[in-house]
Design a protein around this ligand. Sequence first.
Ligand SMILES: Cc1cc2nc3c(=O)[nH]c(=O)nc-3n(C[C@H](O)[C@H](O)[C@H](O)COP(=O)(O)OP(=O)(O)OC[C@H]3O[C@@H](n4cnc5c(N)ncnc54)[C@H](O)[C@@H]3O)c2cc1C
Length: 495
Amino acid sequence: MRTNEHVLIAGSGISGLGAALAFGGGSRRVTILDRDPPPPATSPDEAFYKWERRGATQLRHSHAFLGRLTSLIRDRYPDLMQELLAEGTRLFGFEDGLTPPQMSQYAPAQGDDDLKLLFSRRTTLELVLRRYAARLPGVEFINDAGVRGPIVRHENGKVIVEGLKVERNGAVEEMRADVVVDASGRATSFPDWLRAEGVTVREESSPCGILYFTRHYKLRDGQDEPPRDPGGPAGGADLGYIKFGVFIADNRHFSVTLAVPEIETELRMAVMKPEVFDAICLAMPGAARWMNPERAEPVSKVFAMGELVNLWRHYLKDGEPQVLNFFPLGDAAIRTNPLYGRGCSSGVVEAHLLRAALDATDDPLARAKKYEQDLTTNIRPYFNSMVELDLGAIKRAANERNPDYQPSLRAKLTKSFTEDGLMPAQRGNVEVGRAMSRVFHMLDEPTAFLKRPAIVARILATWVTPKATKQARGLYPPKAGPDRAEMFKLLKIAA
Ligand SMILES: Cc1cc2nc3c(=O)[nH]c(=O)nc-3n(C[C@H](O)[C@H](O)[C@H](O)COP(=O)(O)OP(=O)(O)OC[C@H]3O[C@@H](n4cnc5c(N)ncnc54)[C@H](O)[C@@H]3O)c2cc1C
C-alpha cells in the first residue's frame, strides 16, 4: 500500500466527516475543505441556533440516524459514540418500540443491538463528529474554502485528477493530492467540471414526489416528553395526501416533518404558514401529544425543501473508469428520498467502502472499479426499492385527488396485502417486526424478509385472518389523523 497518501475532500457534511473518520488516524494525510464556516465550538444549542450553514440546506430539517450508522460508530469509534451520548443524543432500540402484542413475545436476540436509532438534531451530530474527526492524527479542516474545480491531466484517454482549485480569502490556489473525494453534496459541480474535460457522467433520476416541511419545538420548562404509549397513536404515518413524523432529538428538542405530495398544490402552499403547520400536526393524535402548546413551544420557522429526487451518478462508462483518483461520495454520488432516512448512513458507509477500495490496491483503475462494484452491492438494492416505492406513492397521491378513481384488481390486492397482511403481521409478531426493522435500518437488503419462509408464512397467515379478529388483537394502529376531505375542511382549503 502507498504510504503517506494525501486525500483531499471537498465538503465537510456528513459524508465528508465520514471520510475523515475512515481515512484519519492512519497512514494517510487528510485535508477537508468546506466553503461554510466551522460550527461554533460551544454547545449543541449554539450550533443549532447560530451556525450559518448555507452549503447544506437540509441541515435544519428533521434527521434520524439509522442502525447501519449507529452500529458502525459503536463498533469502530466507541469513544465517538460516548461523546455523542454525553452531548444529549439518545439511542432508541428495537425493544423500546415494541407494540403491545410484540411485548409479550419479546426475548432479546442476537443483532437487536444493531437496531438502534440515534435521536439527534443534525447540527448536534455534525458538531460532535467534526470535533472528534479534527482530533484524529493526520486530519486537517480548512473552512471558508470554496472548491472551484479539479486540477486534471489527460493520459491514455483517461482524465487523471491531481488536486483542486480552491478559493480562499478572495484568491484561487492549487492544492495537489493523490486522491480527490467529492463530498460536496446534492448541488455538486463536479459532474459539470468533469463533463467539460470530456467525461461522460450519466445520471439516473426518479422523482420522490414530495416536498418536505419541518418545524422544531422544545419542551417547556418543567414539562416532560409524553410517556410512551405502545398501543396509542404512532408518531408517524402515511395518510396518502400527507405523511407526518415526529423526530425526537437531543437536549429537550424535537421536530415534526410533514411530507406533502407535489401535486397537493393548495396544501403545500398553506403548510408554510406556522399556524397551518401546527393546526395540521395538532389534528394528528401522534404528533399532537408532543406539540400540545402546554407541553412544547415552537423554536423555529417552518423550513421547506423541494427538488427531492432519487439520483445515481455513474462515472464509469461501459464498466470502464474514465476518471482516475477521483471518487464521489454521499449525495454527490447518490441521492435518495429523505423520508427513508438513509442518506447519512449511506454516506458514511460509502466512505468506509472507499477506504477499503484504496487499501485493497494502489492501482487507480482497480480502485475505481472496486469502489463502483462495492457501491452497487451495498447501496443499489435500497436505491431500487426507494425508486419503486416512491413511484407507487406518487400514484396513490394522484388517486387521493380523484373522486372517480376505481382501483384495478392488482392495486386492490397490493393494498390489501400491505394493510391487512404485512402491517398487522409486523405489529403483531416480534419476528416479522424484527425482520422488517433490519430492512428499515439498512442492515438487510429490502426484500430479505420476503426470502425467509417463516416470515412469509406469518404474513400470509395474518392476511387471511378475519379483520375483526385482527382488530380485537390490536393488530391495526389507531386512526392516524383526518382523511383528506376532513383535513381540507379543517384548514378551510378548497379540496
Ligand atoms: C429534507 C431532508 C431530510 C433528510 N433527512 C435525513 C434523515 O433523517 N436521515 C438521513 O440519514 N439522511 C437524511 N437526509 C439526507 C442527508 O441529509 C444527506 O444524505 C446527507 O446530508 C449527505 O451528506 P453529504 O456530506 O453528502 O452532503 P451535505 O451534508 O449536503 O454536505 C455537503 C457539504 O459540501 C460543502 N460544499 C458544497 N459545495 C462546495 C464547494 N464548492 N466547496 C467547498 N465546500 C462545498 C457544503 O458546504 C456542505 O458542507 C435528508 C435530506 C433532506 C434533503
